[in-house]
Design a protein around this ligand. Structure first.
Ligand SMILES: Cc1cc2nc3c(=O)[nH]c(=O)nc-3n(C[C@H](O)[C@H](O)[C@H](O)COP(=O)(O)OP(=O)(O)OC[C@H]3O[C@@H](n4cnc5c(N)ncnc54)[C@H](O)[C@@H]3O)c2cc1C
Length: 285
């Protein structure tokens, strides 16, 4: 794809350098495939040199410029003690596998680029929202803010990033990484984009014991249902919570699935997840 209105490639991750007509460039798999008639400059974030992945006692920090391939490698390369302590790392590869693309795309495209693109089928949105990821956002004038990924993405290709703001990192808290998880995904075709992707998370009793169900891909934006310990739902309770949280017009409608199908499958997959996690939490099967 020619970007023949672009005249400059600027290596910077400083929002002070941003001006109208600029776009942050990460892996370029969207920018160079969708094209643009209006962009003047690309601000190359890959020049920032941010460490892709940082493990701390508080959790995992994922740089916005971390590629899908780097994240995919993490469960196999992290310290075995950390791997054992964080069973929710299982979700990393399941979500990355939902990103049905070639190794070339996986090696270039980034976690931040995926979230900033804000497609309903954004697998890094599914992963980081389900694990209560918080985005660190840098803005012009040295502004810094944080926001849960589940709230940062507000619709199909819509998010709260203002012009000139960039995603610096996403932090996944250790408590969520220590949780048991279950995931279900459906696509209309074998190698198709996700039409429905639901993740369940059962926090350890020490971490509050909540059950968190995160719906993505079927809805225009992530939807999270939280049930405190002692208030985990039965099947009817879960269906009622989905009814209340997802109005009919929030189900996404595109070539990857009709809203009615996405809706039916959301109920079905969420119930499968509820049952799977209930088998170990003493909850109601
Ligand atoms: C074959 C193929 C299959 C794909 N499948 C999927 C799929 O299943 N699901 C899906 O969601 N996408 C899919 N994509 C789209 C795309 O590859 C991903 O969304 C990818 O993660 C985008 O990341 P990137 O680093 O390449 O972004 P870029 O192309 O560099 O940027 C994309 C957008 O995000 C902005 N941006 C990038 N980084 C930041 C940042 N740190 N802060 C603020 N803004 C930023 C850019 O300015 C631009 O507007 C697919 C693409 C291809 C080519």
């Amino acid at each position: 794809m020619d970007l023949n209105t672009v005249t400059d490639l600027v290596p910077t991750a400083d929002p002070a350098d941003w001006r109208e007509g600029d776009a942050w460039l990460a892996g370029g798999t969207v920018l160079f495939s969708y094209g643009s008639q209006t962009l003047r400059r690309l601000l190359d974030l890959t020049s920032a040199g941010w460490p892709a992945l940082t493990v701390t006692d508080e959790g995992l920090e994922i740089a916005a410029t971390c590629t899908i391939a780097e994240l995919y490698a993490l469960p196999g390369t992290v310290d075995p003690a950390v791997r054992q302590a964080w069973p929710a790392l299982d979700l990393v590869r399941r979500c990355a596998d939902s990103f049905v693309a070639s190794f070339k795309v996986w090696n270039a495209s980034t976690v931040g680029g995926n979230i900033a693109t804000s497609l309903p089928a954004g697998p890094m949105i599914s992963l980081t929202a389900a694990l209560d990821g918080t985005a660190e956002v840098w803005g012009p004038g040295g502004a810094r803010r944080t926001q849960p990924v589940a709230e940062l993405v507000t619709g199909d290709r819509r998010n709260t990033l203002a012009p000139g703001e960039l995603l610096r990192a996403i932090r996944l808290p250790a408590a969520a990484l220590c949780a048991r998880t279950a995931i279900r995904r459906l696509s209309l075709s074998n190698l198709g984009r996700s039409g429905v992707l639901v993740v369940g998370r059962l926090d350890r009793p020490d971490d509050g014991g909540a059950l968190v169900v995160t719906v993505t891909a079927s809805t225009r934006r992530p939807v999270q249902l939280r049930f405190a310990a002692g208030a985990h739902p039965d099947a009817a309770g879960l269906a009622g919570a989905i009814d209340a949280a997802i109005p009919a017009d929030l189900y996404h409608d595109d070539i990857h699935g009709l809203p009615a199908w996405r809706r039916d499958m959301t109920y079905r997959l969420a119930e499968e997840i509820r049952r799977e996690l209930a088998t170990t939490d003493g909850g109601r099967p």
